[in-house]
Design a protein around this ligand. Sequence first.
Ligand code: HEM
Length: 117
Amino acid sequence: MAKEISLATVKKHNKADDLWIVIENKVYDVTKFRLEHPGGEDSLVDVAGRDGTKEFIDVGHSLEAREIMKKFYIGDLAAADIKKNSPISTSATPTETGEASISNAPPTAPKQCCILH
Ligand code: HEM
């Protein structure tokens, strides 16, 4: 099983040189990646130490981006924090307004949660 990391722990890593982000209930250490991020260091620092799922999805990141992020995965958000933390995180369903959370995925793509497994 993946390591479980509490939101309180993630919050401690909220600086540019110590930068963890929660995306879809998974925790990523993007400290090293921040300088390579095509979207810039600042966008990552903005969500440092917290859940950046919404921001990540809003950008419409490519599947390539999702491949890259796997390299920085360090564990899962603790179960106790998932319930109160992120109601959207378990949803892989595009919204009715067309803001598809997996807009760059092919039509046959499995549910979003499965891409990352
Ligand atoms: C581990 C996490 C992340 C990875 C691996 C990642 C990777 C990437 C990559 C590869 C791109 C180039 C475009 C694409 O392929 O989609 C990109 C663009 C971008 N990302 Fe991220 N990203 C991450 C997290 C975030 C977060 C949390 C935010 C916002 C808070 C963000 C904001 C942006 C923005 C604004 C762009 C530029 C989009 C554009 O210019 O069209 N990224 N990112």
